[in-house]
Design a protein around this ligand. Structure first.
Ligand code: HEC
Ligand code: HEC
Ligand code: HEC
Ligand code: HEC
Ligand code: HEC
Length: 370
């Protein structure tokens, strides 16, 4: 669908002026919520800035807004607690991400997320989070809790904290000025009783606070493609079936969104067969969503179309056939993994020395014997 150009700018103007709010520092939470703080500290939410995330930095470095030293529009989601967020989101203003500014380096802080009151839906460019006015009152989901000496706890109107709607202000979709949806979770949030929170913030051992001994708390490391992906392994099944002429590997994705979401990613299926102590590596199968313009891959702000999409989709069962006859006694090793940055663009993004970008991450590995 094409959006008429006037309407397009009207929508931008409506959603571009997020107000600035003051947020408590995440370090303030550490003394009373130490397990949650430690998990959060290592998560991509705490490290979402160009100074802390080399992959984000590499893309931002080439962005026209950075080249012209203008404003950091990415701040809407990557530094939403910035004390100059209004400038970051207003055309013609100057506001760049600053290493020395604590409100920038806080990333997506504890207090920011716990003050999201509701989500304003916009098809272009993205949704907007509405932040509660009161500085130290946090939305909470536990049915029973003791009082906190540091902050008030808001237990009314908080369904969004549990059903995952709290995440869709930033994660639902992001359309560029050509109307292309660059990165999208593209789902009905709740399906089969799972949602963003139940899958990415499962209950793990350790107390909610130092004040009351609860056995478990919601995991705040946000399991994902950078870290703790083993917590998500159970949502994808691997299967090998042989016939007389060949065999098939099935990837059964029980996830309510595509296996990987960001267009930089490349997923790879690696399969090898071992017979009489000798291992043969078969051809790798690759899955990616490639965006571009004029038939060639392009950066997210240039691309106006999806050139190719072989990524495993939400709830998809994908069969991959191998022209190879399995014999009794053979064992087949199947590895499903990914590169955070497609090796084809590593050099152009100058990321060849960043391990996190160049490593192959094993997501799930399974051995099948016949
Ligand atoms: C509407 C919210 C939103 C805006 C605006 C936004 N991003 Fe993001 N960005 C996200 C989310 C959510 C993710 C995580 C997606 C994922 O992992 O699949 C992300 C991830 C990324 C990543 C991958 C980082 C990594 O470590 O692998 C890059 C690169 C990136 N964004 C660049 C940018 C740039 C550059 C801008 C500004 C020009 C920007 N983003 C603006 C929401 C946004
Ligand atoms: C002085 C101690 C203290 C500090 C500092 C503190 N909290 Fe708390 N917080 C508590 C206590 C106590 C509870 C209730 C825990 C319970 O009942 O198990 C609580 C509960 C919460 C809850 C609600 C849990 C629920 O569902 O009922 C949230 C959310 C929360 N804190 C967020 C934060 C954030 C964000 C910060 C930092 C900006 C912070 N807290 C700093 C003591 C503190
Ligand atoms: C204020 C915007 C914002 C909100 C709200 C938000 N996220 Fe994110 N999230 C991001 C951005 C930006 C990134 C990418 C950071 C980067 O890689 O630099 C991200 C990354 C992630 C990742 C990827 C982690 C990894 O290892 O790659 C997961 C998983 C995630 N978020 C889950 C959630 C969940 C679940 C919620 C709701 C409880 C949520 N997010 C709410 C902005 C947000
Ligand atoms: C990206 C959003 C996001 C960020 C950032 C975040 N939280 Fe949470 N937090 C949630 C959600 C959603 C829940 C509800 C989980 C549930 O109901 O299972 C939650 C639950 C909690 C609880 C209740 C514990 C429980 O087991 O339900 C506390 C306490 C808390 N958060 C404190 C913090 C602190 C402290 C930080 C920073 C160190 C933080 N949160 C950062 C989204 C966030
Ligand atoms: C049924 C469980 C499930 C649900 C529901 C779910 N996810 Fe995921 N998510 C996964 C799995 C599995 C992966 C892929 C493995 C990985 O990245 O480690 C993933 C990956 C991600 C990533 C990283 C993608 C990338 O390209 O780096 C983000 C961001 C994310 N999910 C956010 C969300 C958000 C936001 C929601 C809710 C709108 C959500 N997820 C709902 C299971 C789930």
């Amino acid at each position: 669908m094409r959006i008429p150009i006037l309407l397009f700018w009207a929508i931008i103007a409506l959603s571009a002026n997020d107000t600035v709010h003051k947020f408590a520092k995440s370090e303030d939470c550490k003394a009373c919520h130490s397990s949650i703080y430690d998990e959060f500290y290592g998560s991509m939410h705490a490290n979402s800035t160009p100074q802390k995330d080399p992959i984000h930095n590499a893309v931002w470095r080439d962005h026209p807004q950075n080249k012209k030293a203008e404003r950091y529009g990415c701040g809407k989601c990557h530094t939403p607690g910035a004390d100059d967020l209004d400038k970051m989101l207003t055309k013609g203003k100057k506001a760049l991400p600053d290493q020395q500014n604590e409100t920038h380096q806080a990333g997506i802080s504890c207090a920011y997320c716990h003050r999201i009151e509701s989500i304003e839906l916009h098809s272009t460019p993205s949704n907007t989070n509405i932040i509660a006015k009161e500085e130290k009152k946090y939305f909470a989901t536990l049915k029973e809790h003791v009082d906190s000496p540091y902050h008030a706890i808001e237990t009314e109107g908080n369904a969004h904290m549990q059903n995952g709607n709290v995440c869709i202000g930033c994660h639902s979709h992001k359309r560029n000025k050509w109307g292309l949806n660059v990165c999208s979770t593209n789902i009905d949030n709740e399906m089969d009783g799972t949602n963003c929170v139940s899958c990415h913030m499962p209950k793990v051992d350790g107390s909610v606070s130092e004040f009351k001994d609860t056995k478990v708390h919601a995991f705040h490391g946000f399991a994902g493609s950078h870290s703790n992906s083993e917590m998500l392994e159970k949502y994808v099944d691997l299967l090998v079936q042989k016939s007389d002429k060949d065999f098939t590997v099935t990837i059964d994705n029980h996830t309510t969104h595509a296996l990987l979401l960001h267009p930089l990613r490349l997923a790879v299926l690696k399969v090898s067969v071992t017979r009489d102590g000798k291992t043969i590596q078969l051809k790798d199968e690759e899955f990616a969503r490639v965006i571009g313009k004029d038939g060639k891959p392009a950066m997210p702000w240039v691309a106006d179309t999806t050139l190719k999409d072989t990524m495993i989709q939400a709830n998809e069962k994908r069969d991959v056939k191998y022209d190879y006859v399995i014999e009794k006694g053979d064992s087949v090793e199947v590895i499903l993994g990914y590169y955070l940055v497609n090796p084809q663009v590593i050099k152009s993004l100058k990321l060849q020395d960043e391990k996190i970008a160049t490593d192959f991450h094993e997501f799930k590995k399974q051995l099948f014997t016949f």
